[in-house]
Design a protein around this ligand. Structure first.
Ligand code: 5AD
Ligand code: SF4
Length: 511
């Protein structure tokens, strides 16, 4: 979600003539797009702001901004704590970033002129005129959200220049979240769940494909909750407005109804955006994931056999305290249904360890779930108490950090063995790979001197490329960088816990 937000803001600024530089030291405007989900991520931003504060002592004209969830969560406190900040802008107001930059520049100019007048020239800048825009703190009603939702315009106005995409793009279908998991800041920072009109989504997908995109990832915090009620849609100034809705999945969807469910949306995109080679979506919520969605995936070969479905815990007691709204048994049922409908589907998960009151038994239940789930990979997080969440007020963070680390490592060790097995099953098979980039590992090894190209005396230079299968497994193989952004066939020769290594099958570029 944050990557897409950054792309939309940069696209907007580029269209207005801003240029982007590699090193922030050469920039007139420095913007950080931030995440509040865990404390560690926030601490990194605070330390960067400290660095920028020192830099700004000698470069007062530089405009410094914090965008995204930290701006929303920390609000004006952040402006007080970091006088070097000029702009704060929450995720619900990102369409206003150019205006905020403009204002900051004018304020600086104004302050300089005032200072020049009063001091007879030369003066410094005042700290006044700083702007903070937050939108989602007060979760708005559906009608207000629909009427005020300027953010839809940001999605609609995205740049479709082929230069902006290397074959893959994100498309937001739902913003915000209504789940209120007790540990999570997202419902506060990103606001209520709002669904975009299907016609807008499909139009955006078509324009991306026209710009050369071959893979689209649909985004939502709980992507399978997507639901658009055409009977209740509101049009303002010719623009169909996004709307708040309940998850609908299962019987009752489809032609003749005035609803577009997530299954309907997948179906429509698959059929109406025929030039698209790959359609994926993240992140799925374990409840409200009906067989209708699995059936559409099974019927449509261009929809990737990949699900990211966070379980968070394998203990029903923990799931209840987390307010997740499902049981371990229901979660396992979803995995089983997915594997029955979609043979070969790959599944990834998220787990939190050390949630308040988590006992040894609760943790063992999570280990059991992890063994049962057979994920291709799993992100494991140590519980981090976040301001503004229900958990921080309701529960004491009573699992010591050393114990959180121990549980974290145990879960990672179990998953590593499973990942190794999952990946090893691919050896000897030929897989379709979307080529993403020059392999990081190769790029690192080759260092700055020669990029990721290795020359062995008389041989032709070889570049290691990295891409993903349609089950989201990472594949590394030798090939020409010109293949980046296309889909190729690779024969897998060996595997590691998180990577497949293979050989390009001819130059079989599929898309
Ligand atoms: N502490 C630890 N992990 C968290 N996550 C979200 N909030 C917290 C928190 N307070 C994890 C969840 C979620 C992922 C994006 O981050 O596992 O799925
Ligand atoms: Fe956070 Fe829960 Fe919503 Fe995911 S579903 S964004 S964890 S509140």
């Amino acid at each position: 979600m944050n990557v897409l937000d950054s792309q939309l803001v940069t696209g907007q600024l580029r269209a207005m003539g801003y240029r982007f530089v590699d090193d922030w030291r050469g920039a007139s405007v420095v913007l950080y797009n931030t995440c509040s989900v865990r404390e560690q991520a926030e601490n990194k931003v605070y330390s960067r702001l400290g660095e920028l504060g020192i830099y700004k002592r000698d470069h007062q004209d530089v405009v410094l901004g914090v965008l995204g969830c930290m701006a929303e969560r920390d609000g004006v406190d952040m402006l007080r704590r970091f006088p070097q900040l000029d702009i704060l802008c929450g995720p619900g107001e990102l369409d206003k970033v150019p205006l905020l930059i403009d204002n900051a520049v004018k304020t600086k100019l104004g302050a300089r002129m005032d200072a020049a007048e009063s001091a007879g020239g030369g003066g410094g800048l005042t700290a006044g005129g700083r702007a903070a825009l937050q939108g989602n703190k007060h979760r708005r009603s559906s009608t207000l959200a629909a009427a005020e939702d300027q953010l839809e315009l940001l999605d609609l106005s995205r740049s479709f220049s082929p230069d902006d995409y290397s074959g893959s793009a994100y498309v937001r279908i739902t913003r915000g979240c209504n789940k209120f998991c007790t540990y999570c800041v997202v419902p506060n920072t990103r606001g209520a769940e709002v669904h975009r009109a299907p016609d807008h989504i499909i139009d955006e997908c078509k324009r991306l494909v026209d710009a050369g995109v071959v893979e689209i990832t649909l985004l939502g915090q709980t992507v399978n909750h997507y639901h658009y009620d055409h009977g209740a849609s509101v049009t303002i100034a010719g623009v169909q407005q996004p709307q708040v809705g309940q998850a609908v999945s299962g019987p009752g969807r489809g032609a003749g109804t005035r609803l577009t469910t997530f299954a309907d949306l997948l179906d429509r995109i698959h059929d109406e955006v025929s030039g698209l080679s790959r359609l994926r979506f993240v992140t799925s919520f374990p409840r409200d994931f009906g067989d209708d969605i699995l059936q559409v995936m099974a019927d449509h070969p261009r929809i990737c056999r990949y699900l990211h479905v966070p379980a968070q815990s394998g203990s029903n007691r923990m799931l209840e305290l987390m307010n997740r709204g499902y049981t371990v048994e229901q979660y396992i049922d979803l995995l089983d249904r997915a594997r029955a409908y979609l043979p070969g589907v790959e599944i990834a998960g998220d787990l939190i360890c050390g949630f308040p009151t988590e006992t040894h038994e609760d943790h063992q239940a999570t280990c059991d779930l992890l063994r049962r789930a057979q994920y291709k990979n799993c992100f494991v997080f140590k519980y981090s108490p976040r301001p503004g969440t229900a958990a921080i007020t309701r529960f004491q963070d009573d699992v010591p950090d050393v114990e959180k680390k121990r549980r974290n490592n145990e879960l990672l060790a179990i998953q590593s063995g499973i990942s190794e097995q999952v990946h090893s099953r691919y050896v000897g098979r030929t897989v379709r790979v979307f080529v993403e980039s020059v392999s990081h590992k190769a790029a690192k090894e080759a260092d700055a001197s020669s990029g990721a190209t290795v020359t062995l005396g008389w041989e032709k230079p070889v570049t290691q490329l990295s891409g993903r299968t349609d089950g989201d497994l990472i594949v590394v193989f030798d090939g020409e960088p010109s293949l980046i952004g296309s889909i190729v066939q690779v024969r897998v020769e060996r595997s590691a816990p998180l990577t497949l290594f293979g050989r390009l099958v001819e130059q079989a570029v599929i898309a």
